[in-house]
Structure formats: structure tokens, C-alpha cells
Design a protein. Structure first.
Length: 549
């Protein structure tokens, strides 16, 4: 084989990794913090033992919290771009390690195809586009490094494996499957090596055990007899979905996973082909299969044991790890196979088709996060504007914020974080050009956070009018600019009148008051805040009304 042909997959791999990194950065460059990240930003800013070691849901998050704290000190809270850059580095690094793992078994071309598929895994958009998942990505990166280092079977490899496994466990509980895989790889060695290399497993397991005794036993846990009994079916579905997603059969940008029917077909086909192949070869299964199989099985069964609604096999955040384990298993089962030019061309075509399908889902996922970015920046921007008067216990709950992505954002803690690290929210000037859903949402939050208040006096109406009043003719639905302070709304005798307001929104009045009956005077109080833009009051009444400052 010519030198150029031998180097071609490596050159193409470098180009593909660079293109994948550029794609992920382009998709995430204008996104901001999202969902669980706010739990770290609001509650784990201080460098304390509890902040680092307290579990998040069921996961150890020592290293993700440490990274978040470091980034806060270096870059503040005004931008999430450093987090997206780190996520991209982790994804590219993981793809490169997958290439190295697959190359050792079935050659560089198949390794390149596997790396590209993982870097464009659209059904796993939550992992590829959300920096909070650096916990999963970090565990996978260092877990893969552990398995590769153990294959060296020398002192340097053992030291690297020990460090890598410790880091894998420090990123998330996804490090546990790799610890199990590492244990199987370790036990495959001659017994004479066990005592000499026992530190490879002892150090990370002891450290993880100390964390569990001190903090981890309080982690969220959904283990139940029901989950144990359904776990075999869950695992089969998880394998099917991961295999289908890897080959571009995903069809749900929110759920993330492939249709399990397609995955089941692929699983059955793969099993049949592998059985036929193994029967013809009549050779023992490769030793490297068992660490990968142990890690994969541990991952899927632990996920099954901890199942709750929303953590289905099709969930986007599970697809990346599932696809990685599928690749490891296939690489070992096909170890030693020589692929001809025709087979490689077919594999390239399948890869291209899968990439095309998965990029559509990746873009759909980015659209979801872009929408959430608009809500997040608008809601937090509104808190910035209302910081003079907002109650410290005021929460950006889903009912007010319009999204469940702002976790644990209370006005008091948020204000403290902003004073120290800056704000991720829109400025008042940016709100004026923000997407309309964000502008509307900012008005809703401001109405609650300032807060706007009305007091109605029934039976009071002065027909003679007064200076500084704006007349509203019956049925006119007039808009009147109003500012901070008290505004008087007088309604003539007649049916009930409606009052609503907008500030940044266009074409709608998202802040709705109770209105007032005929022959009444309503006092509208608007606290002074950090924005200069006026409010716009719309009065809709069948009879005459007046708005007076």
C-alpha cells in the first residue's frame, strides 16, 4: 500500500475533527447557560467542601463543579462561551480516543468512520450542545483513556490508567461502568501482575468510596424491584436505540432517540451476522471484548435500575454513551476482519447518509436551545431591571419564566451572583431588539418582579376631568405611555373595563390586570427600576375613560 493511502484516513480524521469542532462551536456560539447549570451558578459558587462533593441528582460532580467555579473566576457569568469551548474540546478528544480504540482492532478507516459518527450524533444533541453534560463527556473521555492505557500493560500505562479512572469517576457516575471494565481488564492479566498493579483500581475506588460514605449515600436513588424486573427489556431497547441513532435513524429531536423498531432490526441483523462470522472463524472471542462488554452492560443496567419517567432509553442525554459502547462492542466483535475497498466504500456511504440525517436532528436540538437562550436572557434581564424592588425570595418558576430551564434562580441569590460575576441577561437596549417571545417574557417577569400593583376605588368618577389627563373614547382601545410612579385610570359608568400593559413587547400586552368596573377609579403603581423605556397602558372600555398622571 502506498504511503499516501496509509496516511489518508489520518488526514481525513484531522479534517473531520476540525470540521466537527467548527460545527459545534458555530451551533453554540450564541447560546447561554441552561437548566441544571444554574444550580451550580446559584448554589455552588463558593469553594467549599460541600459545594464540590454534594451529589447532583445521582451523580458525583466534583470536577464539573470545580470547572464551573474556575470559569466563574476567570470569565464571570456574562458569557457561557468558555464552557462551550471546553465541551467541544472534550467531544473532539473523545472522538479521537474512539478512533484509537477502533483502529487497534479493525483499522484506521473504520476508526475514522466511528469517530465522525459520534461527533455528529444528532440524537445526542443534549450532550453535544449543552456544556452541563461535560460530566458525561469527561467520564467517557477519561474512561476511554483508561481502557487504552491498560492495554499497554506496563508501568507507564498503569499510572496513566489510574489517573484517568480517578478523573472519570470524578466527572460523573458514568465513570462506574469504566471502573467495572477496567476491573475486568485487570483480572485478565496474569496473577503475578495483580499485586504490582493493584493501585490502578485501588486508588480511584477508595477515593470514590470515601466520597460515597461522606456524601454520595445521600444522592437521589430510584432503585426499585420494578426497575430491576424491567431492566432486561430496558437494556435491549437502549442497545437498539443507540445502534439506530448511530446509523442516522433518529427521528425525535426532543426525545433524541431512534425509533426502537429500526434499532431492533439492526440488533437482530448484527447478532446473526456475528454468529455466522464467528462460526466460520471458529476462534475465541477477543480478550478486549470482555472489558467493553462489562462496561456497556453496567452502564445500561444502572440506567435501567434508576429509571423514572423522562429517563427512557430514547432520552437524548443517554444516546452518546450508548453509541460509544456500541462502537466499542462492534470493534471487538469484528477484530481481525480485513475490509476490502468495496466494503470501505459502502461504509463511507452509510456514514455519509447517517451524518446527513443526524445533522438535521442536531440543528433541531440547537433550535430548542436557542429558544431557551432567548427566554433565559429575557427572564434574567428582567430581574436585573427590577433589582431595586424585587423580593429576594422571588423565583423564576416555570409559571412566571415561561420555561423550566431556570433551575433554583431566586432573586436574592441571583443578585449576589450578578454583583460578583456579571449578568447573563439582556440589557434594556438588547431587549428592544430581542426576539419577540423574549420581549414578551421580559414584560411578564417585570410585572411580577417589580411588582406592578393596582388599587380600585368603586363608585368614584369625576366627570369634570382634570389637567394632565388623556381621554379614551368608548370602544377606542387607546394606548397611553406611562412611567414609574402612580397613574390614575378613571372609568365612566358602564360595563367592566380592561387594562393591560407592555414595555418591550410589540403588538401585544402581556401584563394583564384585573381591570375595573364602570364608575370607578384605579390607581396603577409602577416602581422605579433600572430601565428608561416607558410602559404602555392599553385601556379597553365601551364607555369613556381617562388616564391621568
Amino acid at each position: 500500500m502506498a504511503r499516501d493511502e496509509r496516511s489518508a484516513p489520518y488526514v481525513l480524521l484531522v479534517l473531520a475533527l476540525a470540521a466537527g469542532a467548527a460545527l459545534i462551536l458555530a451551533l453554540t456560539w450564541h447560546l447561554t447557560f441552561y437548566q441544571d447549570t444554574f444550580e451550580f451558578l446559584m448554589n455552588r459558587r463558593a469553594f467549599t467542601v460541600d459545594a464540590l462533593l454534594k451529589p447532583h441528582n445521582e451523580h458525583i460532580v466534583v470536577l464539573p463543579v470545580a470547572i464551573e467555579q474556575l470559569f466563574l473566576q476567570l470569565f464571570g457569568m456574562t458569557t457561557a462561551r468558555p464552557e462551550y469551548v471546553l465541551l467541544t474540546v472534550g467531544l473532539v478528544g473523545s472522538a479521537a480516543l474512539v478512533f484509537a480504540y477502533v483502529k487497534r482492532r479493525i483499522g484506521p478507516w473504520m476508526g475514522m468512520f466511528a469517530a465522525i459518527l459520534l461527533l455528529c450524533l444528532g440524537p445526542a444533541w443534549e450532550v453535544l450542545l449543552w456544556p452541563f453534560e461535560i460530566g458525561f463527556v469527561g467520564s467517557i473521555f477519561f474512561g476511554l483513556a483508561t481502557l487504552l492505557a491498560l492495554e499497554r500493560r506496563n508501568r507507564a500505562g498503569d499510572v496513566a490508567a489510574c489517573v484517568s479512572l480517578t478523573l472519570s469517576l470524578g466527572f460523573s457516575s458514568l465513570g462506574i461502568p469504566f471502573a467495572v471494565g477496567a476491573a475486568v481488564a485487570f483480572l485478565q492479566r496474569p496473577r503475578a501482575d495483580w499485586r504490582r498493579s493493584a493501585f490502578v483500581l485501588a486508588v480511584p475506588i477508595v477515593l470514590y468510596g470515601l466520597w460515597y460514605v461522606g456524601w454520595g449515600h445521600e444522592a437521589e436513588n430510584h432503585l426499585s424491584l420494578h426497575n430491576v424486573l424491567i431492566s432486561p427489556r430496558f437494556v435491549v431497547e437502549a442497545v437498539a436505540v443507540a445502534l439506530g441513532s448511530l446509523f442516522g435513524l433518529g427521528n425525535d429531536p426532543i426525545g433524541g432517540g431512534a425509533d426502537p423498531v429500526w434499532g431492533r432490526i439492526l440488533v437482530v441483523a448484527a447478532v446473526v451476522l456475528l454468529i455466522v462470522r464467528q462460526a466460520r472463524r471458529r476462534a475465541a472471542l477477543p480478550a478486549g471484548l470482555w472489558p467493553a462488554a462489562a462496561a456497556a452492560a453496567t452502564n445500561w443496567f444502572l440506567t435501567a435500575f434508576n429509571y423514572i419517567p423522562g429517563r427512557d432509553p430514547t432520552a437524548s442525554r443517554y444516546q452518546y454513551a450508548g453509541a460509544v459502547f456500541v462502537v466499542l462492542l462492534l470493534a471487538n466483535l469484528l477484530q481481525g476482519t480485513r475490509f476490502g475497498r468495496g466494503t470501505l466504500i459502502a461504509a463511507a456511504a452509510v456514514t455519509a447518509l447517517a451524518i446527513g440525517s443526524n445533522l438535521v436532528l442536531l440543528k433541531d436540538g440547537q433550535n430548542t436551545l436557542r429558544e431557551q437562550t432567548t427566554f433565559t436572557r429575557a427572564d434574567t434581564g428582567a430581574l436585573d431591571i427590577a433589582r431595586r424592588t424585587v423580593d429576594p425570595s422571588f423565583e423564576l418558576s416555570p409559571e412566571i419564566a415561561g420555561t423550566p430551564s431556570l433551575i433554583d434562580v431566586f432573586a436574592g441569590e441571583y443578585r449576589e451572583a450578578v454583583e460578583e460575576f456579571g449578568s447573563p441577561g439582556y440589557t434594556p437596549e438588547e431587549l428592544e431588539s430581542a426576539p419577540q417571545p423574549g420581549r414578551r417574557q421580559a414584560d411578564i417577569v417585570l410585572g411580577q418582579a417589580l411588582p406592578l400593583a393596582t388599587v380600585t376605588r368603586f363608585g368614584e368618577y369625576d366627570a369634570s376631568g382634570g389637567a394632565g389627563c388623556v381621554a379614551v373614547n368608548g370602544g377606542e382601545g387607546k394606548e397611553v405611555p406611562v412611567g414609574p410612579g402612580m397613574t390614575r385610570i378613571e372609568v365612566a359608568p358602564g360595563p367592566h373595563a380592561a387594562f393591560s400593559l407592555r414595555r418591550f413587547a410589540v403588538g401585544e400586552y402581556p401584563v394583564v390586570t384585573e381591570g375595573a368596573p364602570g364608575r370607578s377609579t384605579t390607581l396603577l403603581t409602577i416602581p422605579r427600576d433600572e430601565a428608561t423605556q416607558p410602559w404602555h397602558l392599553q385601556v379597553e372600555a365601551s364607555q369613556a375613560a381617562r388616564v391621568c398622571r
